[in-house]
Design a protein. Structure first.
Length: 123
């Protein structure tokens, strides 16, 4: 695979993930994220091979690589916002549990804080 082909795949994967983030399908976001990771890994390997061979990148290819790199920051922020929003939605649906056992307050007894009875007899 050529470096330019790998860059085309990375650009396409970046656009696909951006489009998936607009929707609400978690499976699509996860799949597009994996595609983007794979495309960038391929691009990194080919770029490293290209630089080891002593060849220089032409200006157009270098600008495209920089543009893709510049798009990653805002995309990462968008993913972080989506993750935080999902966390808030989950916490609204599933409130945090209390530390005390569920039925201790109904029994009228103080909560037990020591070891279980089985362990107290052995010590």
């Amino acid at each position: 695979m050529q470096l330019s082909d790998s860059l085309i795949q990375a650009e396409a994967a970046l656009q696909a993930l951006s489009a998936a983030l607009v929707g609400t399908d978690a499976g699509a976001i996860e799949a597009r994220s994996a595609d983007l990771r794979d495309a960038f890994m391929s691009l990194a390997v080919l770029s490293q091979q290209h630089s080891r061979s002593g060849q220089t990148l032409d200006a157009g290819l270098r600008q495209r690589i920089e543009a893709v790199g510049n798009q990653l920051g805002p995309l990462r922020e968008q993913l972080a916002r989506a993750s935080a929003m999902t966390g808030r939605k989950v916490s609204a649906l599933l409130p945090a549990q209390s530390d005390s056992p569920t039925y201790d307050t109904l029994s009228g007894r103080a909560a037990r804080t020591g070891p279980a009875r089985i362990y107290r007899s052995a010590s």
